[in-house]
Design a protein around this ligand. Structure first.
Ligand code: ASP
Length: 504
């Protein structure tokens, strides 16, 4: 409300909205020497950054200082009270910087204030000092970079897990082979000619040959089983821990693969505003009470109208109080932030997890905003042009956008998939397997001691035995082994019974 009217007093305007200039300027004057201006600012990196009490820096502060060099005025900086750029509410009142200028709380504003038609009705703008457009900011996702690979089936488990699995497979198979040889209960009679003839290696059979051992573990890993069955406690223990291990690995692989395929199917690559508008998975929003919000609110283009109604009805809200908040939401995932390309470029230079999508939705500029009818407008516009011609604006942009960047600029997106870290949680099962192997070795030692009567010929088949043989210069063992035939058990139970009876 600008004022009121009564029959008695007639028009009575609110003094805050009346044109009142605390300074007189000579229209022919080349500068503003002696003037002290109140400059209202909005804190936004890299335009205006607060560094301390009444201390500010940034692109706009440098620009203001360049202008003071030309125009020789002094200034005081005032921060905008409600922390917004300004938007018109239903009653026609403006908030933020625009409202502050309208109420003559400041003489000018030098911030990232966008020149718009509706704002230009209530405040004045100089010529633009920077050009920009609305753009979409999204988090960079690694799955976009390498989707659809031929080797997707390998991706559910990391390389480390695959290598560990291969090593475990070899160790377990070989341990099975060694322990089966070592353990007396893995041996049974091939020919029952003389029941007391245990000492004769020709009559003894062990089904865990090296090939059979590898076949047994592979059968378990593939969840298919095999017709080789362990009989001794030590080999059975290895079998149990290996089955447990394969169970965990296979279920983890299956779950990861399913998740992978689902993610790949669900990931709707967003490459344009149209893609963003046509999906519901990623929510999108804008800065509260700014020109970007106004752009969507006032747009008559069906797609933007639809986007506005989606944004308005979103719960929880998609409007943010600052660009920093918007970027934090983008990085936490599932959110696209529509911001001005000038700020977007600044953040893209610094954060490699961010990317911009599509082109610019519109084209506009930032200008110095002044109360309507301000006598400063022409002289400030001329100075902006002058600074532009002297490439000072360009130099300032380079200073704040590129030179002040810490660290190198962003390269290509990180190749490592985030999902790669998940399978490493199953490493615990490798420890279970290792413990099982150790216990099985101890068990085999126990079994060996119990059956020490048969040590003489069994020992010959182990590495220790071979070593002793070699040490003694005895190579008979090799000949004996080569005579052994590979036989498989049909019903193991009966054989064990006979064998055990013999031992007892
Ligand atoms: N610079 C904009 C403004 O003036 C801020 C935005 O809406 O992105 O309101």
């Amino acid at each position: 409300m600008l004022g009121n009217w009564s029959e008695k007093r007639g028009w009575n305007f609110d003094s805050r909205y009346a044109n009142r200039w605390e300074f007189d300027i000579d229209p022919d004057s080349e500068d503003l020497e002696g003037l002290h201006l109140r400059v209202v600012v909005y804190l936004e990196e890299p335009f205006v950054i607060k560094t301390g009490e009444n201390q500010y820096e940034g692109f706009c502060i440098d620009l203001l200082n360049e202008m003071t060099k030309v125009l020789k005025f002094n200034y005081t900086i005032i921060e905008v009270q409600d922390g917004t750029y300004g938007i018109e509410d239903e009653s026609g009142r403006w908030n933020g910087i625009i409202g502050a200028l309208q109420r003559h709380e400041a003489d000018l504003s030098l911030s990232a204030v966008t020149i718009t038609y509706s704002r230009a009705e209530v405040v004045d703008f100089t010529l633009p000092f920077m050009h920009l457009g609305i753009s979409i900011l999204l988090a960079r996702t690694s799955e976009e970079t390498d989707k659809g690979s031929l080797w997707t089936f390998l991706e559910p488990l990391s390389l480390t897990v695959w290598i560990s699995l291969l090593i475990s497979y070899c160790i377990v198979s070989y341990s099975m082979h060694i322990l089966a040889k070592f353990s007396p209960y893995e041996w049974y009679n091939l020919e029952r000619i003389d029941e007391r003839d245990f000492e004769n290696i020709k009559n003894q059979k062990n089904q865990f040959t090296i090939l059979n051992s590898f076949w047994f573990t592979m059968g378990s890993l593939m969840q298919q089983g095999s017709d080789v069955i362990p009989r001794a406690a030590a080999t059975r223990l290895i079998a149990v821990v290996w089955w447990m291990f394969t169970q965990i690995i296979i279920s983890s692989y299956t779950a990861q693969l399913a998740a992978f395929l689902t993610v790949e199917r669900m990931s709707t690559p967003i490459e344009s505003t149209q893609d963003l508008a046509n999906q519901q998975k990623i929510r999108y929003g804008v800065l509260k009470s700014g020109s970007t919000m106004d752009f969507f609110r006032e747009s008559k283009i069906p797609m933007y109208e639809r986007m506005w109604s989606v944004m308005e009805s979103s719960s929880p809200g998609v409007f943010v109080n600052s660009s920093r908040e918007g970027i934090a939401r983008v990085k936490s995932g599932g959110y696209a932030y529509m911001m001005e390309s000038s700020m977007l470029e600044y953040y893209l230079e610094r954060d490699c997890d961010l990317q911009s999508i599509g082109g610019l939705l519109d084209s506009k500029g930032y200008g110095i905003a002044l109360p309507k009818g301000s006598p400063l407008r022409d002289i400030l516009s001329r100075t902006v042009l002058q600074l532009q011609e002297r490439t000072i604006l360009e130099a300032l942009k380079n200073k704040w956008w590129r030179d002040r960047r810490e660290g190198p600029s962003c390269g290509p997106p990180p190749a490592e998939k985030t999902t790669n870290s998940k399978p490493q949680n199953i490493f615990g099962i490798f420890y279970v397997l290792l413990t099982g192997l150790i216990v099985a070795f101890l068990l085999a030692c126990g079994e060996y001691c119990i059956e020490s009567r048969h040590e003489a010929f069994r020992l010959k088949l182990t590495i220790v035995g071979k070593f002793i043989d070699w040490y003694r210069g005895n190579s008979n063992d090799t000949k004996v082994r080569s005579k052994m035939r590979n036989m498989q058990l049909d019903t193991a139970g009966q054989e064990i019974g006979i064998f055990n009876n013999k031992i007892e």
